[in-house]
Design a protein around this ligand. Structure first.
Ligand code: T3D
Length: 256
């Protein structure tokens, strides 16, 4: 698939989001293909660990905001697809590592937060971004963000969409590792190889137990996000937010 590069090497399934010109903004087809690869990974003996990463200078800028019909492309069904992608990460019985090679925004950040480890380059950054365009966080981020950083900082990040540097993200508990850009690829490779050589049954049981203990509210979060986002997507604020992004200006929200 052109926009999702897939390769298996030494027990590792590498899934690379590949729309570098659009900062790897996610299309429906990319989401569907990533889900399919993650779901198939369960039964693959040649896959012990999965890495999700991006091409170029971004991990993913979230939903694709390109085109005049951007707002109409999204509805409850697209929220369901995003949520299913997140579940495919959290429910996979193998470690999933986010190779945070650059910025993650919107549902791109939600994907990163769903992964078991987030290995970042020093130049990477995260921003919730949704509220900047009149939407609420989805892809389970209302649960995973709060689980990672606590309620108060989750509110700050979600309401103000501050851009968090990789070092700040590490200090806050959003990412598990940060490496200098020049060391990142090699260090990511070492971590992934340790996981590939580790005990699959113990990893599966550990992942399931930690997710159960920390993300028990995820199914309810998906449901709330679906309901809230379906409404927000049809507001004038969302239309203005998406239009303003395309026009590279600050949005003016009227609360309608
Ligand atoms: O169904 C549902 O689930 C609905 C909900 C949707 C889920 C969401 O993810 S909503 C949030 C969508 N994402 C955003 O709002 C983030 C938008 N992007 C940004 O805020 C910034 O691009 C970044 C902070 C990520 C990076 O900033 P910067 O200054 O490094 O790059 P830039 O100049 O803004 O972007 C570079 C190019 O990528 C630019 O194109 P150009 O002008 O060079 O032709 C820009 O338009 C493009 N780009 C960036 N983000 C997106 C995008 N193109 C399409 N979709 C994007 N999301």
């Amino acid at each position: 698939m052109r926009d999702l590069k897939v390769r298996v090497e030494a027990g590792v399934l590498w899934l690379t989001l590949h729309r570098p010109e659009q900062l790897n903004a996610l299309t429906d087809v990319m989401v569907e293909e990533a889900i399919s690869q993650l779901r198939r990974a369960t039964g693959r003996d040649d896959v012990r660990v999965v890495v999700l990463t991006g091409s170029g200078r971004a991990f993913s800028a979230g939903a694709d905001l390109g085109g005049a019909d951007a707002q109409e492309r999204y509805d409850a069904a697209s929220v369901d697809a995003a949520n299913y992608l997140i579940r495919s990460v959290t429910e996979l019985d193998k470690p999933v590592v986010c190779g945070l090679n650059g910025v993650a925004a919107g549902v791109g950040m939600s994907v990163a937060l769903a992964c078991d480890l987030v290995v970042a380059t020093e130049s990477a950054a995260l921003t919730v971004a949704f509220t900047e365009i009149g939407l609420m966080p989805d892809g389970g981020a209302t649960a995973t963000l709060a689980a990672a950083v606590g309620r108060v900082r989750a509110m700050r990040l979600a309401l103000l969409s501050d851009v968090v540097t990789a070092q700040e993200a590490y200090a806050a508990g959003l990412v598990s590792h940060v490496f200098l850009d020049e060391d990142y690829q090699e260090e990511l490779g070492k971590i992934v190889q340790r996981l590939a050589a580790g005990p699959p049954l113990a990893f599966a049981a550990t992942k399931k137990a930690i997710n159960a203990a920390t993300l028990g509210g995820l199914p309810d979060a998906f449901a709330r996000e679906r309901t809230g986002q379906a409404v927000l997507l049809r507001t004038e604020d969302a239309a203005e937010g998406i239009k303003a992004f395309a026009e590279k200006r600050r949005p003016e929200f009227g609360g309608q």
